[in-house]
Design a protein around this ligand. Structure first.
Ligand code: SF4
Ligand code: SF4
Ligand code: SF4
Length: 440
């Protein structure tokens, strides 16, 4: 039976849907398994038709765009009510995006600027429109502040591959065929020298047999490459207890938990697809998503949920990888002497953009896009979101680049040359910053 999906679109450029369509032949793998019941951008279904659907009738609701108008807020709540799983689709939905920069001003100031003062207005008697307009929210907030979100696909727009990957995950197309036995049963350390017994996080008790490498035999824990086993091994309970206390794990164990989630669930978590802690439980509950993930044993479900919860509570985990990690540009040959704006000169395509004088947000930005902008000779502006959210990004940028890059300027001198610090360092995420919410 096809899975019912809906696409809700709030205030934005609708580019995320353009990106979805840009998947071209990639859509062939998923479209036959979807029943699209609402998608105004493409098939013009009417709002009333969405309202008439039963609560929870839609399996996956995608929410694109920011919450600028009262209509955005009402529609987003409606899609939550009608959907079992909700995905925040694109950086507007995940973080508020450039629209969030408006939070620097009072909404009345924004309205005056847009409808009365803007240089492009030709009407001799401009005024705020009052008919056929939905009214504006006083401040923009990320979508997960008004509804529960089950998964996130950031990016402005998200890469087509990331969107298809997310849909494939939900359809179970990315899951492994499951074997009955867990890896422990074949592990060379099962009867002596077990890593888990020695306090090392090893995912052998919940992972399918099937690999020939048998990492524990080489001293490395199993990180779940073969996906979930149908039956867990007895040590699964102990593993579950250990994953309740990730904060006290060694950094090596913490890294392995990240790797485990990506491999075990077969989703590229660092490549722009974040999952909430209970997404697996949601999938199981739907009963309509025919994925092996819907059948994983409850102990495994608890372990994966513990790890996902930790990731959501500690987003600085994303510090593991940033855009610079995938950038081929050479560092150390040039030196930033002054801050250049993007229109000043043409950067050479080989050297680090920061060291050529441009503000490139690569070192602060989550990996996932593969350096799309850098490849076309443009600095990263940070659309995938920061690796460490909720801190002063200007300060963090200046600190990072004066310590780790070839920069002749002091932190203060660098920041003094940036014309629009918020628009530069928090372009996509200012809506997350409560400092600019006022009394909203
Ligand atoms: S927990 Fe890991 S090391 Fe221990 S027996 Fe299972 S797979 Fe081997
Ligand atoms: S700062 Fe930008 S140009 Fe320099 S290495 Fe990082 S991503 Fe590449
Ligand atoms: S390089 Fe930066 S701005 Fe460009 S797509 Fe990647 S994260 Fe977004």
């Amino acid at each position: 039976m096809p899975v019912k999906v809906a696409f809700w679109q709030n205030s934005d450029c609708w580019g995320c849907h353009q990106s979805l369509l840009n998947a071209h032949l990639g859509l062939l793998t998923v479209l036959p398994e979807l029943e699209i019941v609402y998608w105004p951008a493409v098939v013009d279904y009417k709002y009333e038709s969405l309202k008439e659907r039963a609560d929870g009738e839609i399996v996956v609701g995608f929410v694109e765009g920011c919450l600028r108008t009262n209509e955005d807020i009402e529609g987003t709540k409606l899609i939550r009510q009608k959907s079992q799983i909700v995905i925040a689709f694109g950086s507007c939905s995940c973080y508020g995006n450039v629209h969030g920069l408006a939070n620097q001003w009072d909404i009345q100031e924004c309205i005056k600027r847009k409808f009365i003062e803007a240089e492009s207005i030709t009407n001799e008697n401009p005024k705020e429109p009052t008919e056929h307009v939905p009214g504006f929210a006083s401040k923009i907030v990320p979508v997960d502040e008004i509804i529960k979100v089950d998964a996130y696909i950031p990016g402005c727009p998200p890469k087509p591959e990331a969107i298809i990957s997310a849909v494939q995950f939900l359809l179970g197309q990315k899951a492994f065929p499951q074997n009955e036995k867990a890896f422990c049963e074949e592990c060379p350390l099962n009867t002596g020298g077990c890593l888990l017994d020695a306090g090392v996080i090893c995912f052998g008790p919940v992972t399918s047999v099937g690999c020939s490498l048998k990492c524990p035999g080489e001293g490395s824990p199993c990180v779940g490459c073969f996906g979930p086993a149908i039956n867990v091994a007895p040590r699964a309970e102990k593993l579950k207890e250990m994953t309740k206390n990730i904060a006290s794990m060694s950094s090596g164990d913490k890294k392995n938990t990240y790797e485990f989630l990506s491999l075990f669930l077969n989703v590229p978590l660092m490549a722009g697809f974040d999952l909430s802690a209970d997404i697996l439980k949601q999938i199981k509950k739907t009963g309509q998503v025919q994925t092996p993930l819907a059948n994983i044993p409850s102990t495994t479900l608890d372990i994966a949920s513990n790890l996902l919860q930790y990731l959501r509570d500690n987003p600085s985990y994303h510090e593991i990888s940033n855009v610079c990690d995938t950038c081929p540009r050479i560092r150390g040959r040039m030196k930033m002497e002054k801050v250049k704006r993007d229109y000043e000169g043409l950067p050479n395509p080989d050297d680090c953009l920061i060291e050529q004088g441009y503000i490139c947000m690569g070192p602060l930005t989550r990996a996932g896009c593969g350096g799309l902008c850098i490849k076309v000779n443009a600095p990263c502006t940070g659309c995938y979101g920061q690796t460490v959210p909720g801190v002063d990004q200007a300060e963090r940028f200046a600190d990072t680049v004066t310590k780790g890059f070839n920069v002749a300027l002091s932190k203060d001198a660098l920041l003094a040359q940036v014309k629009d610090p918020l628009g530069t360092f928090e372009k996509f995420t200012l809506a997350e910053n409560k400092k600019y919410r006022g009394r909203a």
